[in-house]
Structure formats: C-alpha cells, structure tokens
Design a protein around this ligand. Structure first.
Ligand SMILES: *[C@@H]1O[C@H](CO)[C@@H](O)[C@H](O)[C@H]1NC(C)=O
Ligand SMILES: *[C@@H]1O[C@H](CO)[C@@H](O)[C@H](O)[C@H]1NC(C)=O
Ligand SMILES: CC(=O)N[C@H]1CO[C@H](CO)[C@@H](O)[C@@H]1O
Length: 305
C-alpha cells in the first residue's frame, strides 16, 4: 500500500515542498510574507483545480538559501544492502520526511554488494564511509540497516561528541530490549574521527553476525566506549517481508564460520584489518534524487585456512 505511494514522485515532491515552505515560514516570520514572495516572482496559480497543485509544484521548489538554515548539522546515512528492494522503498518513504522533520542536512548512500557471494555488512560499511568522505567532510556517519525503520521522531540522527553511539537500542523484534549487552548492530552513529580511530570495521566477517562483537571490542581497544540512545527513543520496527531474508538478518549472532569471534582475536587483528586494509572494486556509482547508489564487488569468502 505504501509502496505504490513511494513510486508516485508527486507524493514525495509534496513532502519536500511542504518541508521547504515550513522552513521558510520560520525564517521569514509568517506565511503571508512567504506567499507574497512566491507570487511576486511567478504567475498566480489557480488552486480551484486540485491537479494544479501537483502539475505546477516545480514553481515552488527553489531550495532554501544557506542562510535560511544556519544550524543544520551534516549527517550522512549509509545503508548496507543486498537485493532488498522492498525494504529500500519502504525505508526511503519513512526516512526522508523523518530526517527533514529533524532539519538535518544529509545525503543517503546505498551500498550494494554484487553477486550471490556471502553478505559482508561490515566491509560494505567501510566502503560506504570511504566513498561518502570523498564527496564531503561529513560531521556524522549514520550506519543504517535497510530493513529498520525508526519509530520515534525524537530519536535524533546526530552523533555523540565523544563516543560511537548505538541507536537501535530497542527493536520490536527483541521486545524492545537489547538482545545482549555489547550489541552494536542495526543503526549506529559515529563521527569520521571515531571511525578512523578504531580503524573502521573488520573486513573479514563473511556471513552476518560475528562482526558486531568485533566492532564492540574495537571501540574499547581504541579507548572509547559505546553510548546508547535510551530505549524509549531508540525504538525500531524491523520490516519482515519473507523467510528468505531471515538468513541475512545482520543482527543475528551467528558464531562466525570463518574466523573465531573472540576478544583475543580482535586484539591481534584490529590494527591491520579495517579501513587501512580495505580493497574493493567500485562497479558503479549513480546519483538518484533520493539516494546515491554505490555498487561494489568486495570479493568472495576467502578459502578457509
Ligand atoms: C552464484 O553465481 C554463480 C554464477 O555467477 C553460480 O555458478 C553459483 O551457483 C551461484 N551460487 C549460488 C549459491 O547461487
Ligand atoms: C544500483 O545500481 C546497480 C548497478 O547499476 C543496479 O543493478 C541496481 O539495480 C541499483 N539499485 C538501486 C536500488 O538503485
Ligand atoms: C495545469 C496548469 O495549470 N499548469 C500550469 C503550470 O504553470 C504553467 C506556467 O508556468 C502554465 O502554463 C500551466 O497552465
């Protein structure tokens, strides 16, 4: 039901325009000024026919000037993704209005792994961070699974100044509690400084799950700690479309097949496995109005040795 609305660009355009007008109203101090401003520079529109509102929306889409939004913080949500088109549509439908209500200045990057190789969430996120930082000096990196939708508008998508922040502290799937104490999956917010200080995420966890424990350990080893969004704000709905994707759930705590997931192991590897050892093949990079699609070949599971 909501999918068909997503595919209708007019609806999304309307959300954006509504937001822009709202921001301008705040800035200029009253709706009458705003509309006078528009009407001076454009012809008067006939609003008695409903379709006029949509067909002539483009007349209203001038972006607010930089001075009109002086305090926006810069965010960059990054989604790791493989073959989950339905989730993506659903998420975009919710997340754009959500981020706009928070008045953030942001871009969304979708990082897509090609082929049918084993999913490697942590490595995809490393790729996303590297590519996103080429575009802009982002203040904050939001790492977001594509099948999670935030439920609470007060769950602010901003970074903690000092420490990596875990945001998905209460998922409906786990009865709105943490599945275990050091859990760092789902949605997290780190500044580029946090991310580099811990050498990013590990590249070597093929198949989902074990990397989250490694990441939690890295944060400690880099002299930081995990801060968490409080559970009444960090509430997320897990979208669940079919059985097949069950096997790709990134928060599942599988014991890793290909590397032992132990603190001991992370101590040995974290300085050599991460952003400084990241290798991948960028296959395509396309900017769409609602997200930037980055498709990469990150290789396949190395032979077990
Ligand atoms: C993955 O794709 C290759 C060809 O691209 C195919 O030979 C292989 O059987 C596929 N594996 C699975 C598990 O689907
Ligand atoms: C992203 O780009 C790839 C490669 O061009 C394409 O196959 C895929 O369908 C795109 N995905 C989305 C969701 O735009
Ligand atoms: C449907 C409709 O009224 N469209 C109007 C949109 O604005 C242009 C001028 O920019 C008019 O020519 C159209 O009639």
């Amino acid at each position: 039901m909501s999918l068909s609305r997503v595919e209708n660009p007019c609806f999304l355009l309307f959300l954006f325009v509504f937001q822009a007008i709202f921001i301008l109203i705040l800035y200029r101090g009253g709706p009458s000024n705003v509309f006078r401003g528009f009407l001076d520079s454009h012809q008067i529109l006939d609003y008695s026919k409903t379709h006029d509102v949509y067909t002539n929306l483009s007349l209203f889409t001038q972006a607010p000037s930089e001075e009109a939004m002086p305090y926006c913080s810069v965010q960059s949500p990054i989604f790791a993704y493989r073959n989950q088109e339905k989730y993506l549509h659903h998420l975009l439908y919710y997340i754009h209005p959500f981020l706009q209500r928070q008045q953030l200045s942001y871009s969304i990057y979708l990082i897509q792994q090609v082929g049918n190789g084993t999913f490697n969430r942590a490595k995809l996120l490393n790729v996303g961070v590297r590519e996103a930082l080429k575009d802009e000096d982002w203040d904050c990196l939001l790492l977001h699974d594509v099948d999670l939708v935030p439920e609470n508008d007060y769950n602010l998508y901003v970074c903690d100044e000092y420490y990596p922040k875990h945001m998905a502290s209460a998922m409906d799937k786990f009865q709105y509690t943490l599945p275990y104490k050091s859990f760092f999956g789902g949605v997290s917010a780190l500044t580029p400084e946090h991310y580099m200080k811990m050498n990013g995420f590990p590249n070597t966890y093929w198949g989902s799950g074990g990397e989250n424990d490694d990441i939690a350990t890295r944060i400690q080893l880099a002299g930081m700690k995990i801060v968490r969004t409080s559970p009444h704000l960090g509430r997320y709905k897990v979208m669940d479309y079919n059985e097949e994707t069950e096997t790709q759930e990134p928060w599942r705590r599988y014991s890793s097949f290909f590397r032992p997931t132990s603190r001991h192991n992370t101590i040995k590897t974290w300085k050599d496995d991460g952003m400084n050892s990241l290798e991948f093949k960028l296959l395509s990079r396309t900017e769409h109005p609602l997200y930037t699609n980055i498709t990469v070949d990150i290789g396949y599971v190395p032979p077990f040795s």
